[in-house]
Ligand binder design. Structure first.
Ligand code: 13P
Ligand code: SF4
Length: 303
């Protein structure tokens, strides 16, 4: 039996589902039951009937799945698959910031630990950040907004809703590798191509784009678009998915350097070992689950 057959056999025996983020290696995307962005994966995790979720992504995503389905076993095939941006803020530093702005509403990007989420009012993903903040502004017109931890996403959303936020100095090191010059060079080489970038990119990059979207938003836009060439400003793993969905279209990464080493930690072997030995189980203390659930649930209610 080859490794993929072994994974599929074990998956059935254990009533497991494999969820994979759009940045996963091609072979992981190909064996997954569901491939999506952070929002899609959260929704899938909350709806699945499976007893076990093998999460091919990074820790905060697996924690989000656990918060939404505490009765299920959630496994992360590599326990070191973290997110440097999520690690740029902890609960203690957030509490000190909140103490300085006691009436502010705190919005956290889903790229945060469960403990940090437990201290936030709303979670959001890149697919719905603008919508979540618009909802808050409608209901709490005069309140200050603390938006953590991604300063670039915060700046993007702040410009869209025309309101200043209190933000944190976090950022994604992978998206920060995409520079305005990369976009300009790519556009010179492929003048007809549409430029699509992720809101985790620097404002100097998002300002050059035709479209700013989450990874799922990119996939939807490309499927509908009559255009045939696209410059992609995000982690290059997504190109496998969009190429599969649009074999007749052409995709050019803004830079080949936009690779998230944490996303690439998950391999077929690790997925197999994870199913064989039920490793590495994600646990979140019940009091944190209860509080963090509230901020995620508020997001899901709005979208
Ligand atoms: P989305 O897939 O939600 O757009 O998020 C990108 C990301 O960097 C996840 O870590
Ligand atoms: Fe974190 Fe960036 Fe990797 Fe996403 S791409 S997991 S934000 S480091």
């Amino acid at each position: 039996m080859n490794i993929v057959d072994k994974i599929n056999k074990l998956k059935k025996e254990k009533n497991a589902v494999i969820l994979a983020h759009n940045y996963q290696l091609p072979e992981i995307q190909d064996i997954a039951d569901f491939v999506g962005d952070s929002l899609g994966l959260s929704i899938e995790a909350s709806h699945t009937d499976a007893a076990m979720i093998v999460f091919c992504g990074v820790r905060f995503m697996a924690e989000t799945a656990k918060i939404l389905s505490p009765q299920k076993i959630v496994l992360l095939p590599d326990k070191n698959a973290g997110c440097p941006m999520a690690d740029m803020i902890d609960a203690e530093s957030l509490k000190s910031l909140q103490a300085k702005h006691p009436d502010a509403i705190t919005v956290c990007y889903v790229n945060t630990s469960a403990e940090v989420k437990a201290h936030c009012d709303y979670s959001c993903t890149s697919a719905n950040a603008v919508k979540i903040v618009q909802h808050i502004l409608l209901n709490h017109k005069n309140k200050e907004i603390i938006f953590i931890p991604d300063k670039y996403l915060a700046q993007y959303v702040s410009a869209q809703v025309k309101r200043d936020f209190i933000f944190w100095e976090g950022y994604c090191p992978t998206h920060a590798r995409i520079l305005p010059d990369n976009i300009l060079q790519a556009k010179k080489m492929y003048p007809k191509a549409k430029i699509i970038v992720h809101p985790e990119c620097r404002p100097t990059v998002t300002s050059l784009a035709d479209v700013v979207a989450s990874t799922e938003g990119m996939s939807k836009y490309i499927k509908k678009s009559p255009e045939t060439e696209f410059i992609i400003g995000t982690e290059i793993g997504i190109i496998h998915r969009i190429k599969k969905e649009n074999p007749e279209k052409y995709f050019y990464p803004a830079t080949e350097k936009a690779v998230c080493p944490n996303m690439k930690r998950i391999t077929l072997e690790k997925v197999l070992w994870s199913l064989e030995d039920s490793t590495h189980e994600i646990t979140v203390p019940p009091d944190i689950i209860k509080k963090a659930h509230l901020s995620i649930e508020r997001m899901l209610q709005i979208v």
